[in-house]
Design a protein around this ligand. Structure first.
Ligand code: UDP
Ligand code: MG
Length: 310
């Protein structure tokens, strides 16, 4: 018999847990027929409501439901990581508690792995209906920006809702970096991946736990975790400033030779200031380059991930 671990990060989700369980269990008959059982890991991310009590009650009724409670709110990424570490399943799926990740897609995802031979099946929402337009706008901008700056592909609208094989999960766990950005990590580890698209579903009950500000910080985390382009920014500016300074110097010398020097002192001062600040920025950029290399080293990401050896 095979086992699927369902990881559900929960933060103040007391109203959603039972509904989620009910929706998930609609798949039970299908998976029983495939000789597959469930293990559900609710990761309570320091909720201030009755989330942990609701899960404990659920555990009384069905001992396949488990609770992992954090000592405080550590964020969804930590919840996912804890779940992946504790999961015992042959397959692992990460799902939101608010039913925005439709459990009804699970059989299709399972078949893509078992019948079509994929290593992971990810989902993306193709619409953002029901979301504030300003949030959608910034989300789109973010994906365009990060995909220009990072070599790792990060798909617009991708959810963390993903079914993975054990091998894929172990690969994810081998990235032990502290600042985690799952959307990037999933792409970074590679493997054969299938995308399933669906229409956005609005949150069942309760409110989104992500304020605009929290999302903004998360977006910056994502860029910093998967790109060192911002560190090169100083170098580029430095080179521009130096070029500008040279053009200035030539211009001023020529003007001096032809017209003399009406306000003595200031042209040379401007040249010196722009040249020196250019050199400074350029040097800062060099330091940035070393910093970026150090940053990649301290993350201790594996140098490669083997999929198969014969
Ligand atoms: N979540 C969490 N810790 C947090 C914030 C959110 O575990 O600090 C969980 C939350 O309970 C939900 C999932 O992450 O199951 C997605 O959060 P939410 O639905 O609020 O985000 P949105 O769908 O609005 O992006
Ligand atoms: Mg949600």
């Amino acid at each position: 018999m095979k086992l699927i671990s369902v990881i559900v990060p929960c933060y103040n989700e007391q109203e959603n847990i039972n509904d989620f369980y009910y929706e998930l269990m609609k798949n039970e008959a299908y998976f029983k027929a495939q000789d597959v059982d469930f293990e559900i890991l609710f990761v309570n991310d320091g909720s201030k409501d009755k989330t942990s009590d609701v899960v404990k009650e659920l555990h009384e009724r069905d001992n396949r439901a488990h609770l992992i409670s954090f000592s405080r709110n550590f964020g969804k990424e930590s919840g996912i990581y804890a779940g992946l570490q504790k999961a015992k399943g042959d397959y692992v799926v990460v799902m939101d508690c608010d039913l925005q990740d439709p459990p009804a897609l699970l059989p299709e995802m399972y078949e893509a792995i078992t019948k079509e031979g994929y290593d992971s099946v990810a989902t993306r929402r193709v619409t953002r209906k029901g979301e504030p337009p300003i949030r959608s706008f910034f989300a789109r901008m973010f994906y365009r920006l990060i995909n220009r700056m990072s070599k790792t592909e990060i798909v617009d609208g991708a959810r963390d809702y993903r079914l993975m094989t054990r091998q894929f999960v172990d690969a994810i766990l081998s990235l032990e970096e502290y600042n985690r950005f799952s959307k990037g990590i999933f792409g970074w580890v590679g493997f054969n991946n299938k995308w399933i698209e669906f229409e956005n579903v609005e949150r069942q009950k309760g409110e989104s736990k992500w304020s605009f500000w929290k999302l903004f910080i998360y977006a910056l985390d994502g860029i910093m975790a998967f790109s060192t382009v911002p560190l090169a920014f100083a170098s580029v500016m430095g080179v521009l400033f130096c070029l500008l300074a040279f053009i200035f110097i030539i211009f001023i010398i020529v003007r001096k030779l032809i017209y003399g020097d009406p306000t003595s002192g200031w042209p040379s001062l401007v040249c010196i200031i722009s040249l020196v600040s250019g050199v400074q920025l350029f040097c800062l950029g060099i330091v940035g380059q070393y910093l970026s290399k150090t940053y990649l080293e301290v993350k201790k990401r594996p140098m490669y991930i083997v999929k198969e050896e014969v």
